[in-house]
Design a protein around this ligand. Structure first.
Ligand SMILES: C[S@@+](CC[C@H](N)C(=O)[O-])C[C@H]1O[C@@H](n2cnc3c(N)ncnc32)[C@H](O)[C@@H]1O
Length: 295
């Protein structure tokens, strides 16, 4: 269960969503409602996925010979796409042959709800047209989503996604999976050496604190998870790259935000003995491949 101080920092609607999701007796209802999604500044803006992709590809290009992803005719997989299909609409608009995802909170009724179609998909489509050109009209876009999106309501590790895929994406998911090893084992099953992948990982505490590391390094991970719940796995960037390597996937780590800790923060021995400052103070990073990424 999140800390009371965290819950009190949220809007009443978001607090209610979390409580509804976590409290015994209230569990079992929908993870999201249309109202919650459409009133969330984050979830209500589909074009944020294009902005995220543009930012991530620009950073990758600073570090390696990264060519922009080409979705045309490609089979695309996203881990944990979230309630409104994440990068799916963008990938389909840009010509992906298929978009598959596994999302434990997936509810197909949400993306078909008239309010979501009118206030989310229509605007998302208009923004995609402005950004990438008038590739397809709205009716064709909706038909393509129906025909080419396939989202499994389960953890990625258990999803019926098979065969070699061309592109794999995830946005703030790898820090939430337990255990990461199962997720990466599944990735190894569906990736070929030429599969291009881009995972954004957020190593912060996921609380709205002044420092993203507030409270993160005081205790060993098991004690932290015991106190705050199984929300983040507390693996650091080197652990992720090592797990990929252990499954035969060569991944490049690109920090996208390094932020020093603050003097007031305590860093326990458990953390100091295992990680250098680079690992401790990388808040956001991309895990990308293959090494010399071409279209
Ligand atoms: C921080 S949210 C990010 C959602 C989405 N990618 C976005 O950026 O809006 C983390 C997501 O990971 C999903 N998730 C958690 N464990 C997962 C697993 N084992 N496989 C796939 N998705 C998972 C959660 O349900 C949640 O939607």
């Amino acid at each position: 269960m999140p800390r009371l101080s965290y819950l009190l920092s949220l809007t009443p609607r978001e607090t209610w969503r979390i409580l509804r999701h976590r409290l015994p007796g209230l569990r079992g209802g929908p993870a999201w409602t249309v109202n919650e999604l459409m009133s969330s500044p984050k979830h209500a803006r589909g074009i944020r996925f294009a902005e995220l992709l543009a930012r991530q590809e620009a950073i990758a290009a600073q570090h390696m010979s990264w060519q922009p992803l080409d979705f045309e005719g490609r089979r695309v997989v996203e881990i944990g796409c979230g309630p409104l299909a994440g990068f799916g609409p963008l990938a389909i608009f840009r010509g992906a042959s298929n978009f598959e995802s596994a999302e434990p909170e997936w509810d197909p009724a949400l993306l078909r709800d008239p309010a979501v179609v009118d206030t989310y998909l229509r605007v998302f489509h208009a923004d995609l047209v402005a950004l990438y050109g008038p590739r397809i009209d709205f009716a064709t876009f909706r038909d393509a989503l129906d025909a080419r999106l396939s989202i499994h309501r389960c953890g990625f590790e258990a999803a019926a996604i098979e065969g070699a895929v061309d592109i794999v994406l995830s946005q703030s998911v790898l820090e939430h999976v337990f255990p990461l090893d199962d997720t990466v084992a599944k990735l190894a099953e569906i990736q070929a050496p030429q599969t291009r992948f881009l995972h954004l990982v957020d190593f912060g505490n996921h609380y709205p604190t002044a420092s993203p590391y507030d409270g993160l390094y005081e205790k060993p991970p098991e004690a932290y998870i015991e106190q705050r719940g199984k929300a983040i796995n507390l693996l650091r960037a080197p652990d992720i790259v090592e797990t990929f390597a252990a499954h035969g996937i060569a991944a490049t780590l690109i920090p996208t935000r390094k932020l020093p800790g603050q003097a007031s923060e305590q860093i326990g021995d458990w953390w100091r003995e295992r990680y250098d400052d680079d690992a401790l103070f990388t808040q956001l990073a991309l895990v990308v491949g293959p090494g010399d990424s071409v279209a």
